[in-house]
Write a protein that binds this ligand. Structure first.
Ligand code: ADP
Ligand code: MG
Length: 234
C-alpha cells in the first residue's frame, strides 16, 4: 500500500462561513496504481490532492505514504519526503518566469539533498522535454511559451526527481486532443514501465476511457466515493 488516507477533513473559513471542501475522505492506493479522480469544479479535487501531497494540513484525519504518517513528521522531514517521493503537476501555472524551460524542469533538484547536482541531470531534463515535445524550447522563458507548452514543461518537471508518485491536477485541461493523448501516453509509459503511481484529477472522462482500467473516484461536495467499473463476470 503506497498511499492511505483516513477520514480526511479540510474546512475553509470564508466570509464568516465554513466550507467543508473535503468531507471525511478515506481511500487506499496500491503502488503502481493509476487512479482518476473525477468531479465538478468546486467539488474539492484540488484540495484533496494538496492534502495527499502534504501541501496543506488536514483539520482531521491522516495521510500515510509508504508507511509514514505525514503529519507525524517534522516539517523538514515532510519536505524531504515530498521532494523525493512525489511529483506534482499543478492545476494552474507554476513555472518560475525568470527561469528557462530546462531550468524550470531542473528546479526540484535544487531542493533535493545536497548530494544532488542539477547539472548531472541535464540529460534527463532534455529527455523529459523531448518526451513532452519541447526539445527545441529548452532555453525559452515561460512568457514565450503557449499555455499548453508551459503545461508540458510543468509535466516534465514533475518527473525530474524520478518520483514514485505523481499527483496531477487537471494536467491536460488546456491542451488540444493530440497533445492530451501524448501526455497520457507518457503517463502510461511511466505507470507500466517504472510502476509510477498516478493520481490524476480531471473533469474530463476521456482520460478514464483512454487509460487501461484505471481506478476511478468521484468527488462530490467534498465527499469521495469509488466508482471503478466492476467487471461483472469476475
Ligand atoms: P475543485 O478543484 O474540485 O474545483 P477546490 O478544491 O479547488 O475544488 O475547491 C473546493 C471548494 O473550496 C470550492 O468551493 C472553493 O471555492 C473552496 N476553496 C478552495 N480553496 C480555497 C481557499 N484557499 N480558501 C477558501 N475557499 C477555498
Ligand atoms: Mg481544481
Amino acid at each position: 500500500m503506497i498511499i492511505k488516507c483516513n477520514n480526511l477533513v479540510k474546512t475553509y473559513h470564508q466570509e464568516g462561513q465554513d466550507l467543508r471542501a473535503v468531507d471525511n475522505a478515506s481511500f487506499s492506493v496500491e503502488a503502481g496504481a493509476f487512479v482518476a479522480i473525477l468531479g465538478h469544479s468546486g467539488s474539492g479535487k484540488t484540495t484533496l490532492l494538496s492534502l495527499i501531497g502534504g501541501l496543506a494540513r488536514p483539520d482531521a484525519g491522516s495521510i500515510i505514504i509508504n508507511d509514514v504518517d505525514c503529519w507525524q513528521q517534522s516539517e523538514a522531514q515532510l519536505a524531504i519526503m515530498r521532494n523525493q517521493t512525489i511529483g506534482f503537476i499543478f492545476q494552474f501555472g507554476s513555472l518560475i518566469p525568470t527561469l528557462t524551460a530546462i531550468e524550470n524542469v531542473l528546479l526540484p533538484l535544487s531542493f533535493a539533498d545536497a548530494g544532488t547536482n542539477p547539472a548531472e541531470n541535464i540529460p534527463l531534463a532534455r529527455e523529459l522535454l523531448d518526451q513532452v515535445g519541447l526539445a527545441d524550447k529548452e532555453n525559452a522563458f515561460p512568457a514565450h511559451l503557449s499555455g499548453g507548452q508551459q503545461r508540458r514543461v510543468a509535466i516534465a518537471r514533475a518527473f525530474i526527481n524520478r518520483p514514485s508518485i505523481i499527483l496531477a491536477d487537471e494536467p491536460t485541461g488546456d491542451l488540444d486532443e493530440e497533445t492530451e493523448r501524448e501526455i497520457l501516453d507518457i503517463f502510461r509509459h511511466y505507470n507500466t514501465e517504472q510502476k509510477t503511481t498516478f493520481l490524476v484529477v480531471t473533469h474530463n472522462s476521456s482520460l478514464v476511457s483512454t487509460q487501461h482500467n484505471p481506478r476511478t473516484f468521484l468527488m462530490k461536495s467534498g465527499q469521495l466515493s469509488e466508482t471503478t467499473a466492476k467487471n461483472e463476470s469476475a
